[in-house]
Design a protein around this ligand. Structure first.
Ligand code: 5AD
Length: 357
């Protein structure tokens, strides 16, 4: 059998190598993280770029089995933050020298929604004098809408495939037109065609998910030649379909361990892409995002959503930061970045080098 040491010197990992790395323990696991740190140091450095996150609306027309804000969850109060409030959050990011904004929403396809996002994009350009980077995370849309938002100032788009395995995908989503794997994949390709820095990602530690599935997820990202990745552990939500399979979910420790390995392996495979240290990591373990930065991530998204709305944007249970206002989040973020031995690249957009080069 090929050893982890040998695998790490390979130019290009195959599935078997990735599986071995995902299963590595002890000294082998340490070798993996050392290699990922080397690659990160060489290609990215220790700079972390910030994106001020605005969770614009929890309105959603979908019913993904894992997600707490799905349309059929009647317990939630649905909100959409008003334009003046969004502008305040944008101003906060600009004043604090975060180089970029992320607008995240449920999945809604309508002209009024398209228009609302367009208006926000115009505001971002105006408030930031064109110096703020913008990532959208607003789900599947028509290529026309993607073009419109690009023209209005968006630079990047994150659309997670959630799982690249079709069979598993349909265990996580209803099998219907609204939740179609091929349409999602097409949307990702359309984003690339429209000239976005394109990101995707998966959930890690899902019921029914195998190590082989996760290896395929990484190969999927390489094959698609993505520019950015946001991935993190799956976290149960009591008001979702998938909750009934909670006994099939790996332990918190196992999910954290797997997530960190996924980040480290992806960093080695796709050396110059942007990888986010996600909030879900933090939910499972205190210091989870620092761990992600050390493992290979280089992007962090402080929540700048007005505190009032946060409770209604619970994608999963125990989401951190729900009782915080933007200022608290900024301070906690600064601390955690320094603890991870990284430096905040204030005032920079932090575009994906993979896209630029
Ligand atoms: N656990 C972890 N991540 C989740 N997301 C949604 N629900 C969950 C959950 N229960 C992630 C999905 C989605 C993103 C907005 O949040 O990957 O794309």
């Amino acid at each position: 059998m090929t050893t982890v040491y040998q695998i790490l010197s390979e130019e290009r990992f195959d599935k078997e190598s990735i599986v071995t790395l995902l299963k590595s323990e002890g000294n082998d696991k340490e070798l993996l993280f050392v290699k990922a740190a080397e690659v990160k140091h060489e290609y990215i450095g220790n700079m972390v770029h910030l994106r001020g996150l605005i969770e614009l609306t929890n309105q959603c027309s979908k019913n993904c089995f894992y997600c707490g804000i799905g349309a059929s969850n009647k317990k939630l109060q649905r909100f959409m933050i008003s334009l003046p409030e969004v502008e305040e959050a944008i101003q906060f990011s600009y004043n604090n020298n975060y180089g970029s904004i992320v607008i995240q929403t449920g999945e809604i396809q309508s002209e009024s929604f398209t228009q609302a996002i367009e208006d926000i994009l115009f505001s971002i350009t105006k408030i930031g004098n064109g110096k703020l980077g913008v990532t959208l995370s607003c789900g599947e849309q028509s290529i026309r809408t993607y073009r419109r938002w690009k023209a209005a100032g968006a630079h990047r788009y994150l659309l997670r495939i959630e799982s690249s395995n079709k069979e598993l995908y349909y265990k996580l989503h209803p099998n219907n037109k609204k939740h179609n794997y091929d349409i999602r994949l097409e949307a990702l390709k359309n984003l690339q065609k429209c000239g976005y820095q394109t990101g995707t990602g998966v959930m890690i530690g899902l019921p029914f998910q195998t190590i082989e599935n996760l290896a395929d997820d990484l190969l999927f990202m390489r094959d698609l030649n993505i520019d950015m990745c946001g991935m993190g552990p799956y976290i149960e939500h009591v008001d979702t379909e998938l909750y009934k399979y909670k006994d099939l979910v790996p332990t918190k420790e196992a999910r954290v361990d797997l997530s960190l390995k996924m980040i480290a392996i992806l960093r080695i495979m796709m050396k110059d892409i942007n990888i986010a240290a996600t909030t879900a990591m933090q939910t499972l373990v205190d210091g989870g995002r620092e761990m992600a930065l050390v493992a290979g991530a280089n992007i962090l998204m402080p929540n700048t959503t007005p505190g009032l709305y946060r409770e209604q944007y619970a994608l999963y249970n125990d989401k951190p930061g729900i009782n915080e206002e933007a200022e608290d989040s900024k301070q906690s973020i600064e601390k955690l970045i320094y603890r991870a031995g990284c430096v905040i690249a204030y005032g920079e957009m932090g575009n994906s080098r993979h896209f630029l080069l």
